[in-house]
Design a protein around this ligand. Sequence first.
Ligand code: BGP
Length: 467
Amino acid sequence: MSQAFPEHFLWGGATAANQCEGGYNEDGKGLSTADIMTAGSHDVQREITKEVIKGRYYPSHLAIDHYHRFEEDIALFAEMGFKCYRMSINWTRIFPQGDEKEPNEAGLRYYDKVFEACQKHGIEPLVTLSHFETPLGLLKYGSWTDRRVVDFYLNYSEVMFKRYKGKVKYWITFNEINVMSTKSWMAGGIDSDDEQVRMTAAYHQFLASAKAVQMAHQIDPENKVGMMYAGHFSYPNSCDPEDVQANDDFMHKMLFYCDVQCRGYYPAYKLKEFEREGIVLPTQDGDTEELVRGKVDFLSYSYYLTHVVGKETDLVMKGLNGVKTGYNNPYLPTTEWGWTINPMGLRYSLNLLYDRYQIPLMIVENGMGAVDRLEEDGTVHDDYRINYLREHIQEMKKAINVDGVPVLGYTMWSPVDIISASTGEMKKRYGLIYVDVDDQGEGTYKRVRKDSFYWYKKVILSNGEYL
Ligand code: BGP
């Protein structure tokens, strides 16, 4: 039995516009939900500000200046042998307020150049249409609580599918769509814990995704469109049936987002919950058929950690950066931010999702945030990151070769040091490439290849034989 990865396995890495580009207001770009959050810190969640905080460093102002350095960065990705580069188009570069009829040509031209750079290096772009970058201008409608935002999103999607036809054929509609249930501001500019509000917003995102899938197929039959799930997988705190039920309830709170987009309808357990809670979905004629017709072509997800959930754990996902969620897992080490390191959980998650949906899967985020050290001689010895990635790739290999799970590719998080979404730090470094910039945006912005850069290059070159 071959122990290799499939021949055209999409090895690569992932970024998000708001966490790497900077240029938060350049060339006509409007403000997005990611642009008005506070900087956060090691154990302080980024929060929502009601205005842009001038002069105070926070991610979207500076990030790592990918907006001006994307050619250098993509050339470095190519040096590692990338087959695929997952990135997001910042909606507010294309439609600054979100509701314009005509797109911002300067924003289109920027991404023209990004995809030209990818094409030059033979790298397949995988494009997330909305990665926590909802235009602030849509807040006047109530953001995703208002059905008109579905049409604004579809107008944006149509421009993207047509402009980049032939350059991009792998798309993701929303990043971590289930984050609507944990951090609704990031997921869609919803500043409310009210479940009716959140489920209304989620409904409109499901509808928008389903319509975008169909539109993408009509514009280019080559297009493959996926959903993206924040991989919240958890184990029961004990074999006590109450702990097992509590864990099952948590998993269903998250997996229902995949149920709707992979099966094309709301699961019975969710509709029963809505009945009990008095939640009413804003359904209109034809929506049910749209959800069925707009099922996704693949399920992509992020995998970083696993949780433990039990009857006493009110796992409300207060935030993952160092804030413990649920019980500790005494069998697992953690990162400096308290995230469990559980490679075997990756194999478990691949099997769980494939068993449930029977469609191709893709890991589009997997990585380890750590405080890296730039040595005097310009090297960065991140063997902890190599070990983390190696062990996760080994488990992915088992899922493919032992369990028969079809995995399209693996875009690790992140090829280059990038702003942390939850804490806004640069200190929480994920990259295979070090960027000389600190939490205040000070530094030379020089790129430095870490030990993991050279290691991952060998992994890709050997198609996963070398680990
Ligand atoms: C995921 C996001 C990514 C990235 C990642 C790492 O939820 O999709 O954008 O941020 O988390 O988490 P963090 O950046 O908070 O360390």
